[in-house]
Design a binder for this molecule. Structure first.
Ligand code: NOJ
Length: 538
């Protein structure tokens, strides 16, 4: 419900994800870094986003590009120093913006001192910090659990003659969150960063953190097909989303609640009804369990409309919604649905009720870059060849200008740049009146200036075919958002008492300010935001 009570920054703000390896290189080694991010803060401020989420920058052997952490309270030299980090945080705050860090509590690197100790002997005090199990009598794995990145989830340790569990790479052993010492150690990590002034965490694979105590076998997935990742052969009924995870999430929340206005965002890929349980029984869980629907749903107006309504209906009282359009694990939206429809997606993301998260480069319409087989770096792609599962294509360097390597680096970039960078880049799109970047900027400006769009209520509008429409309402203000997800003209008709107003923004950035009375034609691939004349009260 929109009302006049105060909304917090993570409710009315916009989050922008930076993948640090690919944002800006300041020391010309081909990999982005913290000083690079700092150099680009003016751009983020110009764009109008409120918070920057930076993927892991901690010391790491980089088996999974930073999601394998060997020191939770340090900075990898590749990205800079702790001084650089402090300077970046200060600069972000000086601009009135917020910084969200990636917290990866489910697993460490196999090079983390905790794991090195744990694997050193069966009676090491840290043995129980990880999930160690005996082999079955025939020597095989303790159960049938699979790794998300292919193959078994269990790795045999010759020295101590037990298996350890890893939901991802074998270089990423899972911590045993049932152990109170593990819990305390990770809460200390959180306090370390919160004391520095970090504004919150995006918690990696939150739904994986606790596993079935009896380690029961996962059931077979009846819908598995050979073109899917091998992990999909089973349904992770016992290896993920266990009831006890909520105690852990609530404890994390208690840690952050000791500080002022910090946020916990949970990375959770689950169906709506399961996802919303992560808000906690009394809104004492994650503030924002990430909602990935727009990343996964077929781009079809009826399907999306039904899911928006289901999500709105499933939210617990007081649970704040959120929407994500891209991230470093999923195909870029511009490649998935095409660049014309990517403009609808931008408008949808920035007009729905709930905190939007944008992925760097999507505001330019950056698309996936084809990486030749022999240059693939992502372990997910390397471990399951031929299934098109590499995440490199959506992780390529940010396109700043038409200069060498798009202004990202003067060295060889760690991943190849898109061929299109001479045209698709920040500098060019700043000058182009109807560019994707201008559309994003205008959408952000409008959202920031209209309470109805940032914190207003959501009301579905009944439409048919390719049109997706809804209203956002705050006090006397009413906005209609109508998006044509198809390629034929669509007419919206209604009683003029209900459908009169003025277009305030169109995705083509041309037909702004047009008025209408009773009917509007939506061109193919056109989305509009209209201010409704509120003299006609509904
Ligand atoms: C989710 C992260 O987003 C992904 O990039 C990573 O590979 C896995 N978690 C494992 O940490």
């Amino acid at each position: 419900m929109a009302d006049n009570t105060k909304h917090l920054w993570w409710q009315n703000g916009i989050i922008y994800q930076v993948y640090p390896r690919s944002f800006q290189d300041s020391d010309n080694d081909g990999v982005g870094d913290l000083k690079g991010i700092m150099q680009r803060l003016d751009y983020l401020q110009w764009l109008g986003v409120d918070a920057v989420w930076v993927s892991p920058v901690y010391p790491s052997p980089m088996a999974d590009f930073g999601y394998d952490i060997s020191d939770y309270t340090g900075i990898h030299p590749l990205f800079g120093t702790m001084q650089d980090f402090d300077a970046m945080l200060q600069e972000i705050h000086r601009r009135g913006m917020k910084l969200i860090l990636d917290l990866v509590p489910n697993h460490t690197s196999d090079q983390h001192p905790w794991f090195l100790e744990s694997r050193s002997s069966k009676d090491n005090p840290k043995r129980d910090w990880y999930i160690w199990e005996d082999a079955k009598p025939d020597g095989s794995e303790p159960n049938n659990w699979l790794s998300v990145f292919g193959g078994s989830g269990w790795e045999w340790d010759e020295k101590t003659e037990q298996y350890y569990y890893h939901a991802f790479l074998k270089e990423q052993p899972d911590l045993n969150w049932r152990n109170p010492e593990v819990q305390e150690a990770m809460f200390d990590v959180m306090r370390f960063w919160l004391d520095k002034g970090v504004d919150g965490f995006r918690v990696d694979v939150m739904w994986h953190m606790v596993k079935d105590k009896q380690l029961r076998d996962n059931p077979r997935n009846p819908d598995y097909k050979p073109e899917m990742a091998t992990y999909e052969k089973l349904l992770p009924a016992y290896s993920t989303d266990q009831p006890e995870v909520h105690d852990i999430v609530q404890q994390m929340r208690q840690v952050t609640d000791k500080y002022n206005e910090r946020v916990i965002i949970g990375e959770i890929y689950l169906p709506i009804q399961r996802l919303v349980t992560y808000y906690g029984p009394n809104n004492n869980g994650a503030h924002l369990p990430f909602n990935f629907m727009l990343l996964n749903l077929p781009w079809d107006a009826r399907t999306i409309a039904a899911h928006i309504d289901e999500y709105e209906g499933a939210l617990p009282v007081g649970g704040w919604p959120n929407w994500v359009l891209g991230n470093h694990d999923k195909s870029r939206i511009g490649s998935r649905i095409g660049l014309e429809q990517a403009r609808m997606a931008a408008m949808l993301l920035l007009t729905l009720r709930g905190t939007p998260t944008l992925y760097y480069g999507d505001e330019l319409g950056m698309t996936n870059v084809d990486i030749p087989e022999d240059q693939i770096q992502d372990p997910q792609g390397l471990n399951m060849p031929g299934l098109n599962l590499s995440r490199d294509p959506e992780r390529t360097p940010m396109q700043w200008s038409d200069k060498e390597n798009a202004g990202f680096t003067t060295a060889e970039p760690w991943l190849p740049l898109s061929d299109n960078y001479k045209q698709v880049n920040v500098e060019a799109q700043k000058k182009e009146r109807e560019s994707m970047l201008q559309l994003y900027k205008k959408l952000i400006e409008l959202r920031r200036s209209e309470k109805a769009l940032s914190i207003g209520d959501y009301q579905p509008v009944h439409t048919q075919g390719d049109v997706l429409a809804f209203k956002r309402i705050h006090d006397e203000e009413q906005f209609l958002i109508a998006l044509n997800l198809g390629n034929t003209t669509q007419r919206l008709n209604s009683d003029p008492e209900k459908l009169s107003g003025k277009i305030v923004l169109s995705t083509d950035l041309k037909s702004n300010t047009q008025t209408f009375d009773g009917s509007i034609d939506l061109q193919p691939n056109q989305g509009i935001i209209c201010k409704l004349y509120t003299k006609y009260k509904l």
